[in-house]
Design a protein around this ligand. Sequence first.
Ligand code: HEM
Length: 405
Amino acid sequence: MKLVHGHLPIDAPAGVQGWDIDPYSPEVQADPVPYYAQLRERGPFSYLTRYSMLACGRYDVVREVFSDHERFVSSRGVGVQDFALEEPWRPHSIILEVDPPYHNRTRRVLMRALSPKAVADLRAYFLDEARDLVSDLVAQGEFEAVEALAETYPTRVFPKAVGMKLSDRRKLVDHGSMVFNALGPDNAQRQTAMAMGPEIIPWVMEQCKRENLTDDGIGAAIYASADEELVSEAEAGMLVRSLLSAGIDTTVTGIGNAVWTLSQNPEQFAALRADPSLAMGAFDETMRLTSPVAAFCRTACVDTEVAGIKIAEGTKILCVLGAANLDSAKFEEAERFDIKRKTAGHLALGVGVHMCVGQNIARAEGQAILTAIAEQVGVIEPAGDAVWRPNNAMHALESLPVRFG
Ligand code: HEM
């Protein structure tokens, strides 16, 4: 059987219309909101003719497919490639790209290393670093916020929290770009990112080794689980790799998007300044509104049915979290940024057994940086056009010129 983009080609199921849009094109990636709206309007599923797979964007449907690990597995890859039919570009993740029952074991190890207690110990450090960085940026006045803030902050605090003895901002950010672009088809975005592999992958693997980690960080806590024989030493190294894969680009994007949403909504920033305790809510609302992880796939492992549509075993389904999070059937005035909104149930961090295991860290970083901004910045003004970065899975900024006044 000839594969299409690394997966089994399927015919459009009965009742599902073909659609020739390319969700992986730079144009759609730069401005995905109209695509999100069309995807929801078209029905529970659309058949992507270029990719011979399904896509869904309505909240209830995305939630059902994304969370039902018994019918829609992650072990066949969360990108377009089906790992049951084609080798992944690197050894697969032993947390994101596996199913229960194996997943339960690795998940437990990361849950413990990233527990609310472990994160509580980091909060004061995160806030100190955020206050220092924001104070430097206020002194600077005008700056490019992706590099100077969104990339700088997580690549400063997260490697320290993990216990990396050696850190390198550029390599960590480029590694994230590879991991997320790899989930798409073999387009220009993927090829550009993959070209960095020979330099970056060996460096990342080296930093995941026990001897290259301090004995008091999250990495050491993961290796401690190997001492207790919950996982092997090799598995512990792979779990540290997962943190470096999933814990940098995501927070860089979340923080960049948060500065963008606040710069676009001065009245919401005024509300945050008036009450910096809204920082956590503002970060969650940014995640809901902009969905840093825009879309991941699942693969049907049985013949099944969702929303009255028959889905065949082997079908790849693009679950568009960004579209679900803007569904007005779930969130009133869904396209409005409102930092006081009840965001519970948004899918930006996923749902079900794979829901983001690093969410305590993500929220702690977002809260720290937005608190520091609320304390020290009077106004956030755009100082040029924001440019979005094409990426096969993330909705991230390339550059964001702003002025802190
Ligand atoms: C704003 C920041 C973040 C966003 C938007 C985000 C988003 C997500 C999403 C949507 C998933 C679910 C994937 C799926 O079900 O297929 C996920 C899983 C995951 N995230 Fe995050 N994440 C963020 C930050 C982090 C951080 C800081 C870490 C590490 C400390 C992390 C580590 C992971 C891991 C290891 C998984 C896989 C969990 C599993 O499969 O059980 N993430 N994340």
